[in-house]
Design a protein around this ligand. Sequence first.
Ligand code: HEM
Length: 125
Amino acid sequence: MAAIQDRVFVVILSFFVIFVSGFSMSRSGKPFNGLVASIHKLLSLATVVFLVLLLMRINHLARLSMVEWIVCAIAVLLIVAAIASGSVMMAVESSPAAHLTHRIVPYLALLSTAAAFWLLFPKLR
Ligand code: HEM
């Protein structure tokens, strides 16, 4: 299970970098630093793919219950919603709705991902 724990750590680390780069962009405002913006969006895309593959791997090793699947699905959907709202924000000049969404959804995505890992914790040992 050591490899699985390492992958969980990679997801946690990715969230940290995504949040730090997001705060940095919020503080600086437009035009965003190209490198920071690229890290923020590419890492968020890589993280959702990596997380889905990780959940499928955990399910392969120890079947997830219905409740575990639901919490994992909520986490993945919220990350996708964060990616969607972030993409709209970067694509258009000004979108208050996307901005507001991107101020809330990333925190819900973080919380639900933490809840999923907490729920799966017994399976990770
Ligand atoms: C896992 C997905 C993502 C997470 C968790 C996330 C998280 C965050 C966070 C925490 C902030 C700071 C918000 C605040 O100040 O309260 C932020 C800002 C930002 N994010 Fe993301 N983000 C994600 C994906 C994306 C994507 C895919 C894009 C663009 C393609 C994007 C574009 C932005 C932009 C432009 C800002 C600055 C907003 C501003 O002007 O205040 N984000 N993000």
